[in-house]
Design a protein around this ligand. Sequence first.
Ligand code: BLA
Length: 236
Amino acid sequence: MFNQIFEELHTSIISHGGLKVDIESRFQECFSRKKDTVIRSFLWDVPGFRRWRVTRMDAGEKLQVLNSVAYPNYSNDQPILGIDLLWFGKKEKLVAVLDFQPLIQNDHYLKRYFEGLKELKKNYPDFYSNKEMNLYDSKKYFSPWVLFYIGDGSNLKYSLVEVFLDFLDKYWLLGTISTENYKKLSPIEVNKLQLSYDRYNAKIDPAHGLFKSYFGKQWADDFVQNFLFPNCLIGD
Ligand code: BLA
């Protein structure tokens, strides 16, 4: 599960000029104590972005994860790309969250950056489940058009790869929208908002507990603090 999406994501990053960045070996790959689970991470230097991370976790039938977050340069106030895909094989439960994560929620900003995502929602009504988020506040850094699916993964009417590729295409298009009649957020504001996105997520991310159970507390703290959300103390 997610192998094809993972390959497609990397191919797409490379075709947009992305170059792999070296990361500390302890984050590149880590095996669970039982050696039946592995987590691998990747960092990309992509034109227009200050950081693009990808994490893949393979716990076999129990759990598969593909998580990726792309932070645009501070001079670019476009939404953060957020991808969180989880497959609990034994239960056949899919959690799929794909969003252009808005830095702010005002109309001017949403109008500029969300036409594409809004269109997608019409094509994939299953991802408009009206399910409430339990952990996250859906009004904080999630867009009103977030593609969000929780449920029976064998029941999806369309392929997740197709949804993913459409979604990614729309995100790349954000870089080509005309700047006419739009007042951008300043780089200082973008910096502040991206940091606050990280602080919020570092605090709330359900992944920390998951990592602790597979890889131990020390590695989990280190990974969340120094790879997923650098510069944010957990519980900050
Ligand atoms: C849910 N994400 C989850 C859950 C886990 C993770 C374990 C709970 C699933 C469940 O039991 O139902 C896992 N999150 C991870 C992992 C990483 C991570 C492994 O960050 C890191 C490698 N989460 C994101 C991003 C988005 C996101 C970028 O990291 C947005 C696109 C959203 N994850 C998200 C949402 C839920 C979720 C909305 C559902 C939780 C809720 O209902 O509030």
